[in-house]
Ligand binder design. Structure first.
Ligand code: ATP
Length: 212
């Protein structure tokens, strides 16, 4: 049981290209499992480790995050990384948040698919010192299938991180699949919040470019 007077802030960074219902469910699971007070949803400017070809402008990704979480008082959008611009490194972001909230517990939320890539993250050991990582189990990357040796970090981090995996509502939704379905003219209903579905349709996002 955490000290109830202490603020525990979750930070959920992502490309959110677009935000989907998996993101919302895992954020709520993180709140419940780690007794978080609130979560900042932080769309990146340029992601360091992803293909850029399918990336739509940050203003659209942020607008969809805002629309998706508007009704939830525990969720808040943040444009910190978008305002900073350039490649968004979590270490830089979390250092800034740590300075802004010196007396707050800060937890950073990631999916379990990111575990085996953490050694590639900029200043990963400093990031691990600044904040606790909450790892949400993603289908295909279940706790029981992850060999600690596949997490290429110094001890005790592999074991420590594996102990922080949460598995409550594993959900097999990805932004890649949502983009694919739109490009193929398929339905995305119930994969993204209704407001996001409407935004995507209004702005004709993720449609393949067709020359006349
Ligand atoms: P893409 O398919 O474009 O790679 P994505 O669905 O992984 O995108 P991101 O915005 O890149 O979405 O994800 C932000 C964070 O949320 C990452 O740490 C990712 O691992 C995690 N995440 C996304 N979807 C899920 C999911 N369904 N289950 C668990 N974690 C997820």
């Amino acid at each position: 049981m955490q000290n109830p007077s202490k603020h525990r802030l979750g930070v959920f960074g992502g490309t959110f290209n677009p935000i989907h219902l998996g993101h919302l469910l895992i954020a709520q699971d993180a709140i419940d499992a780690f007794e978080l007070t609130s979560i900042l949803f932080m769309p990146c400017a340029t992601p360091p480790h992803k293909q850029k070809s399918s990336l739509i402008p940050a203003r659209h990704r942020l607008a969809m995050v805002e629309a998706a979480i508007e009704a939830d008082i525990n969720f808040e959008p943040s444009d910190l990384e978008i305002q900073r611009g350039g490649v968004s490194y979590s270490y830089v972001t979390m250092s800034e948040i740590r300075q802004l909230h010196p007396d707050t517990d800060i937890l950073f939320i990631i999916g379990s698919d990111s575990l085996c890539e953490l050694h590639l993250w900029k200043n990963i050991y400093k990031l691990l010192d600044i904040c606790e990582l909450v790892i949400i189990e993603r289908p295909g990357y279940e706790r029981k299938t992850i060999d600690p040796a596949s997490i290429l970090l110094d001890p005790p981090w592999p074991d420590k991180l594996l102990a922080n995996i949460v598995s409550r509502h594993p959900v097999g939704i990805s932004s890649t699949d949502v983009r694919y379905r739109i490009a193929e003219g398929m339905c995305i209903r119930h994969l993204v919040p209704r407001a996001v579905e409407v935004y995507i349709a209004e702005h004709r996002l993720y449609r393949p470019f067709r020359s006349e």
